[in-house]
Write a protein that binds this ligand. Sequence first.
Ligand code: COI
Length: 351
Amino acid sequence: MYSSIKLIKRKVSKIKTIDFDNFSFGSVFTDHMFECDFIDNEWINPVIKPYEKIELEPSASVFHYGQAVFEGMKAYKDEEDNVWLFRPDQNFFRINKSSERLAIPKFPKDIFFDALKKLVDLERDWIKKGEGKSLYIRPFVIANQYAIQASPSSNYKFMIICAPATLYYTKKLKVLIADKYSRAASGGVGYAKAAGNYAGQFFPTKLAKKQGFDQIIWTDSNEHKYLEEAGTMNVFFRINDSLVTAPITDTILDGVTRKSIIQIANDMGINVIIKKISTNQLIDSAKKGDLKEIFGAGTAAVVSEIEGFQYKDQYFELSHIDNSYAKILKDELVGIQTNSRPDIHNWRFKI
Ligand code: COI
């Protein structure tokens, strides 16, 4: 039975060696990490210890079958230096949903929240204030049975590492609409935050980047007809004054930022339509001048504006718009996250 997390503190912090104004997202890690092992059908030995290498045999099943899931969450500091998480219950729920799909044992809620609170509290000096600044928190689970039979591992490691975060995208994005490769197929693992979902996007995204695009908007794998998500973010389309986004299916990640944006838009009286939207409909709207904005929403990406999209050989550039929904919704979201706007849905969680 779980009692408490062991704490081994790092003797000297690395924090003074970090230039907080000069690093890219996810490349610097804080002093400590959380680790907990699943052995003999039990999650045991929860420990917070200095961030360091972990040792695994080459036969560890994660290396061979990719049995791994993760989450992305952020901690923010307000003007009085209070530290807040945003909707951590959603990440807890989703990591276990992802785990279930990958045949990974569920992680206990009490250890998840205890670990999160203690680790983030310990690393509060790493959370900076200012535009785009936060602490990115990465819980993840890997399969580490030393055996290469293709079956679920008997052993797992649950870990949480933290990285001071800056803006993920620093400029408006150009996106390519997928017409050949797919991110996810119906009945597959697209809705889970499975490590392999991301690896599978790297090659097509690399090709898209060579053509000058920042991201791909994935379409359904049957017909490449309906717009799904952008891999690092869910996608919203403003058509005239309505905000349209795809419904969550088993090929689309149920984004926490996505559902928060929908709620905030509803609260503001913006008409939100959750429905399948096809590339042809998008192009028609763009041609008629009805397509006013496209933006992505995700934990790392927050709300990231898209300036244009390409489908096959045609590129559509969106005109600049003052007081965009993207800006209004982002300001409200970040305001809630950083405790500068009222939190009417009780989304903030104090550390
Ligand atoms: C997140 O937004 O937390 C994600 O998981 C996207 C990631 C690829 C940075």
